[in-house]
Write a protein that binds this ligand. Sequence first.
Ligand code: F6P
Length: 319
Amino acid sequence: MKTIGVLTSGGDAPGMNAAIRAVVRTAIYNGIKVMGVNQGYDGLINGNIKEMGLSSVADIIHRGGTTLRTARSEEFKTEEGRKKALNVMKVFGIDGLVVIGGDGSFKGAEKLSDEGFPTIGIPGTIDNDLGYSDYTIGFDTAINTVIDAISKIRDTSTSHGRANVIEVMGRHCGDIALYAGLAGGAESVIVPEVGYEVDEVCQKLIKGRNRGKLHSIIMLAEGVGRAYELSDEIEDKTGIETRVTVLGHIQRGGSPTAFDRILASKMGAESVRLLIKGESGKVVGIQGNKIINMNINEALKINNNLDKDMYELTKILSI
Ligand code: F6P
């Protein structure tokens, strides 16, 4: 292995820069040249590629976003697009690739390795929706951002005696709602893996109100419904004044937490070690506080199951 390419793809996530830094520095430490691919798979197709030196990753470990920029490439999904990318990598002398991204990016990495190109994936997404890994890079920062928002909303919720529906990201996965809901002391956590009955949410609100509770925080994962619709229903059924906050892309930004920086650093280093060992078609992950790797096709088949115990706990602690 003489030259490694590195790219970030799909939705950005805090900690991606720490992963890029770890890939670049581990590779250079081992005498390997690194080419940074800008704008994800699109950059691989268009040759938007530059050599990265030690100082190209200085001063980025604490920055949100991705300095390599990112894209969701439609062209790379086609055989034609991937052929172009493979030719471009030949021209730049790239003989191994590290892809930092979520499941869509991993599908691209899987195709590349199936087509014979050494490729390793690092899970970078705020959604925490990759079942093979306990955590993905960016998730911890995102839930901390959400917790901060919950605390602020709770202040005003209490002052006015209102209910507040907070809609969070996560695509089809309820982890952001669940983890932030538990840590933020939400009264209800609504996730796509379980679904919800609006009457149950309303009963809980009324019970709380009758007990003298002043605020009510309802965490709603985007994959299960829309906050404005739920809020209208709650107001109609309970008469309790209800407000909505859709947190949106604020959840994707910000300086990564220590957890995300450490996770990204370990995973970035491990991805380079795997390429040096001649491995391909693998993804790096974390299980029980240990960095692991697994075949990408196996990893993609593992369903992301909601932590049911944790979900039950949110219910118990919010009676
Ligand atoms: O996958 C990360 C994510 O932030 C999801 O939680 C969300 O549904 C989606 O990306 C939003 O994508 P975009 O930034 O393209 O609007």
